[in-house]
Design a protein around this ligand. Structure first.
Ligand SMILES: [Zn+2]
Length: 103
């Protein structure tokens, strides 16, 4: 039986920024499908919606380099904090810690 993306991301966190909010986690293809990557588990990793958006069609290696530059140049960590704020609004609970998900 095929795993749903919710099952695949359960209890995991974004491999790039560490975000672990279940509503923000997506299944990402290490080698993008647009570059011939296959839809198999060994080509999948967990990545948050924001990183997935920034990553676009970049490969894992390319996005890691891009992310490092973003951290150095713009302090992308602030985006991570704003993800936490969005999560608070979405769930209406005080049990969230930015970057750590639901307790
Ligand atoms: Zn992320």
């Amino acid at each position: 039986m095929k795993q749903t993306s919710r099952e695949f991301t359960k209890g995991k966190f974004c491999v790039y920024c560490g975000c672990s909010h279940p509503l923000l986690l997506t299944v990402d293809h290490i080698v993008p499908k647009s570059k011939g990557g296959k839809d198999i588990d060994s080509n999948k990793q967990v990545c948050c919606y924001i990183c997935n958006l920034f990553k676009g069609t970049l490969s894992d290696k390319e996005y890691k380099a891009y992310y490092k530059n973003m951290v150095a140049l713009y302090g992308i960590g602030r985006i991570k904090l704003s993800i936490g704020n969005i999560s608070l609004k979405l769930t209406g609970t005080d049990n969230l810690t930015p970057g750590k998900g639901i307790k």
